[in-house]
Design a protein around this ligand. Structure first.
Ligand SMILES: [Zn+2]
Length: 279
């Protein structure tokens, strides 16, 4: 039996399954509030209660070599998950990666291509890259962190410590921070709401966001040369104009006459959880 987990900032989802080669059965997935999860206790219980062959974790934070490095949104620091599991049962395989990398594996498997780039635009701006079925992790498993490339200085501090990361202009959290700064009150904090306002700063927040988004997109195009770009996350899926913006931007990109890139929204319901099967 295999334990698949997706540990996000607000939700913790898991499922036990006998096989890894089929899609995850959404009806069998258990969802709990992340704040109720103590990962050591949870893993101990699951190991006690089930004959597990592997533990597979998609995690909303920095992960490298079986160790959770840090997770500002979850409040977990430096936890050697693989070491912990092996101290309880050395025979259980442990596979883990950050949630965007897991989602990218699932996106790439759903429709294989040469290079799949994934932009997950939600609270933050996550990106990942799969080259012919293989995740490009980098030396420290931090490759493709488009959200942290320098863009414009802001009055805010990013989780990485800088004040000019793309994510500070282009993410769900960025919209809220800029709105708070200019005392703009919205219901859902979307670009659509901002566009409908006559507030003098609203247009600037939108411009910064879309400019940053295109900057990230052109960076990804020129660095990775993807033939498929998948847009996901709460904002990526729900803001109506972003896909058109990418198409328009692709037409104006360097080498646009020779480069063909399919740009689409994610169709996966359980991307990150699904991707743990492929780790
Ligand atoms: Zn940053």
């Amino acid at each position: 039996m295999h334990l698949l987990m997706d540990y996000g900032g607000t939700k913790f989802r898991y499922v036990l399954t006998d096989k890894l080669d089929g899609p995850v059965d959404s009806a069998a997935v258990t969802t709990l509030p992340s704040k109720e999860i103590e990962l050591r206790n949870f893993l101990s219980q699951q190991l006690q209660n089930h004959p597990l062959r592997s533990i597979r974790l998609s995690f909303a934070g920095q992960v490298s070599g079986g160790v959770i490095q840090s997770a500002p949104n979850i409040g977990l620091q430096a936890f050697d998950v693989r070491g912990f599991v092996h101290s309880l049962d050395a025979g259980v395989e442990v596979y883990m990666d950050n949630d965007i990398n897991c989602a990218a594996l699932a996106e790439s498997a759903a429709r294989p291509g040469a290079v799949t780039a994934v932009f997950y635009l939600g609270t933050g701006f996550g990106a990942a890259l799969v080259h012919r079925g293989t995740l490009i992790g980098g030396a420290h498993n931090m490759a493709a962190e488009i959200g942290h490339i320098p863009y414009k200085p802001t009055p805010f501090t990013c989780s990485c410590g800088r004040n000019d990361c793309l994510e500070l202009s282009c993410s769900g959290r960025a919209i809220r921070r800029w709105c708070n700064r200019f005392d703009i009150k919205l219901e859902y904090y979307t670009l659509q709401e901002l566009k409908a306002l006559s507030h003098p700063e609203a247009g600037r927040i939108v411009e910064n966001f879309t400019g940053g988004f295109c900057h990230g997109f052109h960076t990804a195009l020129n660095l990775f040369d993807p033939d498929r770009l998948v847009l996901g996350g709460g904002i990526g899926l729900n803001e109506p104009d972003l896909l058109d913006l990418l198409h328009e931007s692709a037409g104006q990109s360097s080498f646009s006459s020779t480069r063909e890139v399919t740009i689409e929204r994610s169709q996966l319901q359980e991307g990150s959880l699904e991707g743990t099967r492929l780790l």
